[in-house]
Design a protein around this ligand. Sequence first.
Ligand SMILES: *[C@@H]1O[C@H](CO)[C@@H](O)[C@H](O)[C@H]1NC(C)=O
Ligand SMILES: *[C@@H]1O[C@H](CO)[C@@H](O)[C@H](O)[C@H]1NC(C)=O
Ligand SMILES: *[C@@H]1O[C@H](CO)[C@@H](O)[C@H](O)[C@H]1NC(C)=O
Ligand SMILES: *[C@@H]1O[C@H](CO)[C@@H](O)[C@H](O)[C@H]1NC(C)=O
Ligand SMILES: *[C@@H]1O[C@H](CO)[C@@H](O)[C@H](O)[C@H]1NC(C)=O
Length: 668
Amino acid sequence: MLLLFLLFLVAATSSPASGEGEAEPVVNDFSHVCNSTDGPPQLYLPNSTFAANLAAMSATLPRNASATGFSAGAFGRAPDTAYGLGLCRGDIPGDRCAACLAMAFNGAPDLCRDSKDVIIFYDQCHVRFYDRDFLAGARNAPKKVAHNMNNVSAWNVAEFDGLVTRLANAVADKASNASTKYATGQAGFAPEKINLFGLAQCTPDLTAAQCRSCLAGIIGEIPKSLSGRLGGRILGVRCNYRYEKDTFFHTTTDDMVTLAPLLSSSTGSKNTLWIVAIAVPVAVLLCGFLACFLWIRTRRRRVANLSGRVGIPTMSMEMEQVLKLWKIEESDSEFSLYDFDQIADATGNFSDDCKLGQGGFGAVYMGELSGGIEVAIKRLSTGSVQGLMEFKTEIQLIAKLQHTNLVRLLGCCLQAEEKMLIYEYMHNKSLDCFIFDSTRGAILNWERRFTIIDGIAQGLLYMHKHSRLRVVHRDLKASNILLDRDMNPKISDFGLARIFCSNTTEANTTRVMGTHGYIAPEYASEGLFSIKSDVYSFGVLLLEIISGKRTPGFYQHGKFCNLTGYAYRLWKEGKWHEMVDQVIGTGYPVTEVMKWVQVALLCVQDSAEDRPNMSDVVAMLGSEGLTLPEPRQPAYFNVRMSSFPESTGSFTESPYSYISNVVLTDGR
Ligand SMILES: *[C@@H]1O[C@H](CO)[C@@H](O)[C@H](O)[C@H]1NC(C)=O
Ligand SMILES: *[C@@H]1O[C@H](CO)[C@@H](O)[C@H](O)[C@H]1NC(C)=O
Ligand SMILES: *[C@@H]1O[C@H](CO)[C@@H](O)[C@H](O)[C@H]1NC(C)=O
Ligand SMILES: *[C@@H]1O[C@H](CO)[C@@H](O)[C@H](O)[C@H]1NC(C)=O
Ligand SMILES: *[C@@H]1O[C@H](CO)[C@@H](O)[C@H](O)[C@H]1NC(C)=O
């Protein structure tokens, strides 16, 4: 009893100290190694043959890996051959595997500044590419080590390290004998009443002997690199091992190697001696700490209860580590991490009064932070399948997208299941509130409409071309165009498709994100999206801005059930002016608006190849007297009311239906 009490004291007082361990990074930066060899980094040029080979690899490996979780290959001819491999953790299903690998490939140019020598580690997969043939051998370098910031008690370190190594060897044996080259295991550590979980994996192309020897190399580093750590991983190209004191993989217990507890009486008595020797002199001191600790805790509880909150969701160890690492990285940037408390306060505990709307990705709230800063808070639907490291990488990438015509991401808040994004607040809501409303529509005169059209085009052009990421929006629509105080347009929800990943394979996507009426035909039918599917949505949006008519539910005018078909017919018959919005009077800049109609029709052409890209669109909108091509038939032209599906069936807006991918070719 006394022992337990003393142990508790030690635990209670040591945790605040470890919580402030600023000096030591919480998790080593294990997410990537950009150039592993000595000498100057080998970089490739964006339009080089190597870049093209790499693009081919990025398209192929994720798709091929969705069958077995592994894929490798050489792409292109010497001297520009790109060698690469992608491996997913053994418990990750095919579609998520492909999503994870695609994300790693897409993030590489940004993380590694166009290096030819890259390895990127995520929780659920890793990707390696190089301009030299590393596939022939079984070399495991470059490697990364990461560890949990918490240690076992000092007097248990030796015994603990022994157990970690024993577990690792048992799991490694099983993994190397398995055809999948993947295995997991568990072992109890009685002195601290914890259960350790371990996971070993090799690329399945290795032989059992190669795999075991690769893992042996890693296990040999455990005593040196991970001594006493309550969790850690050693990651390499060919094999990796990870252990934690909580489960971090999906396996049923009977798949796991389970180590029998090691009974040793000698360590028990030694421990008792140690505890008495250490604990007695400091017990008095610790009592003081304990009193302080308990007092703060009860006080905190009382405050929480007073404010009527059900309770702040608790964080997992992994989340704490990720946040910590993040705080260090972001300390000098404009991106902030917000506390759950702060956001709950700002939104009146997510009261309905503060709710601005409900989108496909989750509810949006208006909030006022202390200091009077107004923000919009997007509370992402829970169940995003992404691991935390992946989420963090994505958010950092999205935060880097900054343009006057994109809504700015100010920060985010992570707490247990809660994932929230904090954006700048837009005072005039969204474009659909204006253009589809006969009274408010009048506020948007033609000059303002042009500013809006041009702004959206500039924002998209930036996303497609000028940002390093080359993001495809995939759900561009009037309600995703927000307006600031001066009615300047800002695109929102960009990049979110990357977060909600479930299905990357470009060709075989059965579920499509996007909104009925705005989806390009090749995306709706084959799941193929590209910058040209965004161009299609832009064209539809442009027609809406010109006509003041909503695309979905456009049922007037006889047999035409969609705005694109209607507009095209009027254009062909030379009566395009019939579609121009009348709420702002009949006097309008005829040549200008006629040009917009023509550009819009060029954007919604059936064939993606015929559609212009956004640089063309910006050029066409900005020029005078340029002869534009004659638009061809738009998509869905022959779709009649009777044959158009009533329900939006496959066009679900559920966040689980999003595909995570970014198209690297920009279609020029
Ligand atoms: C864990 O142990 C390492 C040395 O093995 C030490 O540097 C580190 O500060 C310890 N961490 C905590 C939280 O005590
Ligand atoms: C590549 O590695 C060298 C040292 O080997 C380092 O000086 C350089 O900054 C690295 N470059 C990149 C892009 O990481
Ligand atoms: C593309 O490659 C050519 C040489 O083949 C080079 O002159 C040009 O600067 C490159 N363009 C870009 C954008 O890198
Ligand atoms: C990918 O899969 C296709 C079809 O199964 C196959 O032809 C191709 O060789 C594979 N490529 C790699 C690099 O594994
Ligand atoms: C697995 O392989 C190891 C050697 O790598 C061997 O000692 C062990 O007996 C094998 N276990 C099984 C179940 O085949």
